[in-house]
Design a protein around this ligand. Structure first.
Ligand SMILES: C[S@@+](CC[C@H](N)C(=O)[O-])C[C@H]1O[C@@H](n2cnc3c(N)ncnc32)[C@H](O)[C@@H]1O
Length: 208
């Protein structure tokens, strides 16, 4: 019998090796780098919220790009340790929006220039379920962005593309001047993940 040539999980793939060489905590840093190079997302002095931030490679990248005047906050179910003082991290479930509000009110009451989300549900292997959970989490990310992203700010989120994706995108579009859907080279070939980039939030009104 011939073995099927399905893509295998390769913990030591070229992106993982490159991340290790450069001192990044995860290969996903290259996805953010690619999006940043393409859409010019992060600038010096920016205030940035990173949702689903553990183990912290996006925050490592953000720190370099925002420079000493910038500030970043990372939220995750898992603790993130060992980053610099310009970065505060908190353990929380972002589905608890009130908890997120309380954390942000005390740690960073000002609105953010950029909200990033690489959040991912624990995958079950059941494709439809995982995609649905990804949209669920992304809906919370949008709610947080409605409140905490500045007017003209940028939202970047990872989503597993599935049946509900088009409806989700349709609902997101009115909130931004422009919404782009991008694939990252460092995403695994077998992955259905895409990055949605909302550019130019239209309103600062938290109820819109
Ligand atoms: C792919 S990882 C993020 C990797 C990160 N961008 C990096 O570069 O290090 C996805 C993260 O989403 C987090 N996550 C999943 N559900 C969450 C939730 N409800 N609240 C907060 N974080 C969550 C997971 O704990 C996990 O650390």
């Amino acid at each position: 019998m011939m073995w099927m040539m399905t893509p295998q999980f390769e913990p030591n793939d070229k992106w993982a090796l490159k991340a290790r060489e450069l001192g990044y905590r995860a290969r996903s840093v290259f996805k953010l780098q690619e999006l940043d190079e393409r859409f010019k997302i992060i600038k010096k002095g920016y205030n940035i919220l990173d949702i689903g931030a553990a183990p912290g490679s996006w925050l490592q990248y953000v720190e370099k790009r925002m420079g000493p005047q910038g500030q970043a906050i990372g939220l995750d179910l898992q603790p993130i340790e060992g980053l610099s003082k310009a970065i505060q991290t908190f353990v929380c479930n972002i589905e608890q929006l009130e908890e997120v509000d309380v954390i942000l009110q005390s740690a960073h009451p000002a609105l953010f220039d950029v909200v990033l989300s690489d959040i991912a549900p624990s995958t079950s292997g059941i494709k439809d379920r995982d995609q649905w959970l990804s949209i669920e989490l992304s809906t919370h990310v949008v709610e947080i962005s409605r409140k905490w992203l500045k007017k003209n700010g940028t939202l970047v989120m990872k989503i597993l593309r599935g049946a509900d994706f088009d409806v989700f995108l349709k609902e997101l579009k009115p909130l931004f001047r422009e919404v782009k859907v991008a694939h990252a080279k460092a995403s695994r070939q077998s992955s259905r993940e895409v990055y949605v980039v909302g550019i130019g939030k239209k309103s600062e009104n938290r109820s819109q």
